[in-house]
Every structure is written in structure tokens, then in C-alpha cells.
Design a protein around this ligand. Structure first.
Ligand code: 5AD
Ligand code: FES
Length: 353
């Protein structure tokens, strides 16, 4: 048996590999290995989730951000970004629409925007949880103090998404201004987990300067953190950022890593990301067939969707996208899967249809 298959078998049996093994697996990957990997990944996905795909309604409620990450279209230095904030009423309307469409998880995602105070955020979480007691609230608000995370958790937030972006410190420094560090980012993730959030991390695939060694470090960090969710998507350049001329990540590598994550964390929630759907019209379907089991359609008002432009050509921002859920429903059914109306918590495979 060839080395690739052997490493994939070992990963499945032991849920881990040594750094050099990760590097070898990633560096020497080929189509045969990918097919072998995806079959195993799909078997695990079916074992734990059947043909059910969880959905989360994404509400991008502010694109103001105090950070200046070199890759991101809403970085503070991008003076061309048209900034917006949704009001509490607008956010509640998104939830109402979303609830009617069958969403039982709302993801509040935004830039690091001090305009929303701790108190305002706690109140918002509380209002959503009181109005929709059968729903989960996921926050994706970037780096905050441990006390802030604790307060939001007490207010009722269930989950938190914060991608580590890259586990390698030097690589992290090449993607971010000096006030941000990989160490601080990782500490936030440990805090979130300890507080009791279902915690999601993740990284961009093909970010400038990324090597197989960096990816191996990402996988080792994820193995150590044991997150409940891992979101990965290709890096896509944004024309008004310092990385405008950089190459985008590939579908092929993103899918391969999705398969590896499914083998390493069989029960994890792995989204088929919008970024992947952006560089390939059937990217999200391919991700599901490589082991992903979550989709996160946009619930933001269509009037602001174009403004939350982290990267160029982001899909689901036009008028046609008013009902991403239906669109995704059809897409999933075509490949034999089904979107479900369920909170979709980690570790719960009692999926109701
Ligand atoms: N391409 C792909 N993904 C990006 N993100 C930010 N900018 C880009 C980009 N140019 C991702 C980051 C961030 C998440 C919200 O979006 O990984 O954590
Ligand atoms: Fe948004 Fe298809 S998923 S339009």
C-alpha cells in the first residue's frame, strides 16, 4: 500500500499524525489519495450525521472594524469600504425571517466594532434567546477579554467562532499588523472553550506565504484544542487590501484539508464555506462530499450584503440571494443530502428530520 493511504489509515485509527507525517501527507497528495480520503470522510459523516446538513443563519451586523488584517476587505485602512451597522430592530427582523425559514442557530458576525458596547451586546443576545428559546446563538466578534466572553456567555450565547488563521507565529505576523499575535488569538480560543462555549476555530487555505509546514502546525493546534467546529475556506484577494495581487487558495487543497479534519475530528461541525462557493460554483457541494456537514447561508438584509465584502466576488450578495436557504436546500438535495431544522449542537446525533 502506498504511503499516502497508509498515513490516511493511521490518521483514522489514531486521530493524529506527527508533524512530518502531516507535511508528507499534504505535500505528496494526489487524486488517488484524495478519493481514498473523501470516501472515509463521507463514511464518518454518514455514521454520525446521516445525510443531514446543519444550517446556521449568518447575520453580518457591522462591518466597522478596528483591526487592519492585511487580507481583509473590511480592515480599518480600507477607506473605500462603505461602513454600516444594523440596528437592534433590523437584527431582530433577520432572526424573525430566519426562524420562519427554519434556522435554529443565529450567528452574529461582525468586525471588532466598539460602537456596540458589552452591555448592548449582552442585551442583544438576551433578547434573541428570550424571543427564540429553542435557538442557539453563535457569536463571531473577534478578540475580546475573558471577562467580556464570560458576560456574553452568561447572557446566553452558546457558541463562539474565532479562526486562529494560522498557528505559526511568524506566518501570523506576516498576515497581521503588529498589535495582533497568534499567541493572543490562541489564548482567546482556550478561554472560550474553558468558559463553556461550543468553540469554533479555522484558517484560510492558501493565504500568502502558507506552506505545508504551516498547515501541519494548524492541524496540530486543532488536534490540541479539540474545537467543536472548524471553518476553513480559500484565501481570496480583495482589491483594496495589501494582498490585492496575491494568488487565491485552491479548491483542491481546501477539500483535501476538509477530509483530513473529518478524519481527525469525526464529530466536528465543519462548514462548507461561502469562500469555497465563491471560487467554485459547486465548491460547497464538493466540501460536503469531502466531509463537511454545515452550511451558513446569509440572513443579512440584501441592502447591506455587498458591503460585508471580506474578499472579491463574494457570492450571495445580489438580489437573487434573498433566500439562500432555498437555494442551498436544492443544492444539497441534488447531492443526496438534506438541510434540517435543528440547533445542530456538537455531539448531538439525535437529528430530527
Ligand atoms: N479571503 C478569504 N477569507 C477571508 N477572511 C477574511 N478575509 C478573507 C479573504 N480575503 C476570513 C478570515 C476570517 C473570516 C471571518 O473570514 O478567516 O476569520
Ligand atoms: Fe445564497 Fe445560493 S446559497 S444564493
Amino acid at each position: 500500500m502506498d504511503q499516502q493511504r497508509r498515513l490516511i489509515d493511521k490518521l483514522q485509527e489514531t486521530s493524529q499524525l506527527a508533524k512530518e507525517e502531516w507535511v508528507a501527507l499534504i505535500q505528496n497528495r494526489n487524486q488517488d489519495a484524495a478519493q481514498y480520503l473523501f470516501e472515509k470522510a463521507r463514511r464518518l459523516q454518514h455514521q454520525y450525521f446521516g445525510n443531514k446538513i446543519y444550517t446556521r443563519g449568518l447575520i453580518e451586523f457591522t462591518n466597522y472594524c478596528k483591526n487592519d488584517c492585511y487580507y481583509c476587505g473590511i480592515r480599518r485602512s480600507n477607506k473605500k469600504a462603505q461602513r454600516y451597522r444594523l440596528s437592534r430592530e433590523q437584527i431582530m427582523e433577520c432572526c424573525q425571517d430566519g426562524y420562519g425559514l427554519g434556522f435554529r442557530t443565529f450567528v452574529l458576525q461582525g468586525g471588532e466594532d466598539g460602537w456596540f458596547t458589552q452591555e448592548a451586546l449582552e442585551e442583544l443576545v438576551d433578547t434573541i434567546k428570550t424571543t427564540y428559546p429553542d435557538c442557539a446563538v453563535t457569536l463571531s466578534l473577534g478578540e475580546r477579554s475573558r471577562e467580556s466572553y464570560e458576560g456574553l456567555f452568561r447572557a446566553g450565547a452558546d457558541r463562539y467562532l474565532l479562526r486562529h488563521e494560522t498557528a505559526d507565529e511568524a506566518h501570523y505576523e506576516s498576515l497581521h499588523p503588529k498589535e495582533l499575535s497568534a499567541e493572543r488569538r490562541k489564548q482567546c480560543l482556550w478561554d472560550l472553550k474553558e468558559i463553556g462555549y461550543q468553540t469554533g476555530t479555522g484558517f484560510m487555505v492558501g493565504s500568502p506565504g502558507q506552506t505545508p509546514q504551516h498547515l501541519a502546525e494548524d492541524l496540530l493546534f486543532i488536534r490540541e484544542l479539540q474545537p467543536h467546529m472548524v471553518g476553513i475556506g480559500p484565501f481570496i484577494p480583495h482589491h483594496d487590501t495589501p494582498f490585492a495581487a496575491e494568488k487565491e487558495g485552491t479548491v483542491e487543497l481546501t477539500l483535501f484539508l476538509t477530509g483530513l479534519l473529518r478524519l481527525m475530528l469525526p464529530k466536528a461541525l465543519l462548514p462548507a464555506t461561502t469562500a469555497l462557493g465563491t471560487i467554485d460554483p459547486s465548491g460547497r457541494e464538493k466540501a460536503i462530499l469531502a466531509g463537511a456537514n454545515v452550511v451558513m447561508p446569509n440572513l443579512s438584509p440584501t441592502s447591506v450584503r455587498k458591503k460585508y465584502e471580506l474578499y472579491d466576488n463574494k457570492i450571495c450578495t445580489g438580489d437573487e440571494a434573498a433566500e439562500c436557504r432555498n437555494c442551498l436546500n436544492q443544492r444539497m438535495e441534488k447531492i443526496g443530502y438534506q438541510l434540517i431544522t435543528d440547533r445542530g449542537d456538537y455531539g448531538c446525533n439525535c437529528s430530527k428530520g
